[in-house]
Design a binder for this molecule. Structure first.
Ligand code: 0X9
Ligand code: ZN
Length: 295
């Protein structure tokens, strides 16, 4: 495992990206890559813990054949806390903090990182007031955190075949688009894979995930989000955002962003099984695609 040279946040915290370099090297095969991020939104702690659970699983259980297969078949790029300034602030000052911590003109702080990407930026679901939770920033990629994420992903765009952004809450596995109610051309294929994830999660302990496009399943449009950007700009076909537990359709919903700690391994295992199912379902197709003309 390598902790890559991090980029820096607004208040100079380092963003640590984990790149898994364990696994059986096979120079004959170009591996497809999977990107996972969490913590774009500071208060959504369960996404961060689930990303860490996933990293731990891949490393600690490498001796299990199914885990070994995941590690040997894909390169994994995992950024568990995109917005460490906000995450820290949600521990020390305001548990419900969502945005980054950059200072704005009128003495308000922060930009909604999930409105700050340069794809249909600021077209819908944003508030022009920098004091508001959905302020999109003065310009696209005004935030060093989103800019750094974009730079890295674009540098690996030929390898990254699956993009996953972890959020909470709702129990939803969402496809593009969020900026429009129109659907991408390959929506049926994206939903086929999302449904495989949802079925795998259901089998763990009965958590039900709904699948659909972000703007279709949720009642509001939101532009400038990372999932739309990953597909629309970076060209990553299988691009999803996942709204982890609690479900909005059970009594647990009242925990909202404050799931008790006992949920950490439960949601972690749900996500692990969902991601494993996606990776396995696409393994053959993506490996072939990466090696056309090589084998
Ligand atoms: O608003 C967001 O960025 C996401 N929800 S969250 O509670 N994690 O902040 C969802 C965006 C989904 N897209 C649309 N509703 N269009
Ligand atoms: Zn979120």
């Amino acid at each position: 495992m390598a902790e890559d040279d991090g980029e820096f946040t607004y208040v100079s915290r380092e963003m640590l990206r984990v790149q898994l370099k364990i696994g059986t090297p096979n120079p004959q095969i170009n591996k497809p890559a999977i990107w996972i991020d969490a913590g774009l939104h500071a208060r959504e702690w369960i996404g961060i813990s689930s990303a860490l659970y996933f990293i731990n699983k891949l490393i600690s259980d490498y001796d299990q054949p199914e885990v070994k297969n995941l590690v040997d078949s894909y390169d994994w790029y995992i950024l568990p806390v995109v917005n460490p300034d906000g995450y820290e602030y949600s521990h020390t000052h305001d548990r419900m903090w969502r945005k980054t911590r950059s200072q704005q003109d009128n003495d308000c702080y922060g930009v909604d990182a999930n409105r700050n990407f340069n794809f249909h930026w600021n077209e819908a679901g944003t508030d022009p007031d920098p004091c508001h939770n959905t302020f999109a920033g003065k310009r696209a990629f005004s935030e060093p955190e989103t800019q750094a994420m974009s730079d890295f992903i674009l540098s690996k765009r030929r390898d990254i075949k699956i993009y996953i952004s972890l959020h909470s809450y709702g129990n939803l596995w969402l496809t593009p688009w969020g900026y429009t109610r129109n659907l991408p051309d390959d929506y049926d294929e994206l939903i086929r894979i999302a449904n495989i994830a949802a079925a795998a999660i259901l089998a763990v302990r009965g958590e039900e995930y709904l699948t659909g496009s972000a703007a279709g399943l949720l009642s509001y449009l939101a532009a400038g989000g990372s999932r739309d950007w990953a597909k629309g700009k970076a060209g990553i076909k299988y691009s999803y955002s996942v709204e982890l537990s609690p479900s909005i359709r059970t009594a647990d919903w009242s925990f909202r962003f404050e799931l008790p700690p006992r949920f950490i391994p439960l949601v972690g295992e749900d996500l692990y099984m969902g991601l494993k199912a996606v990776a396995e379902a696409l393994q053959e197709k993506l490996t072939l695609e990466m090696n056309v003309g090589c084998i």
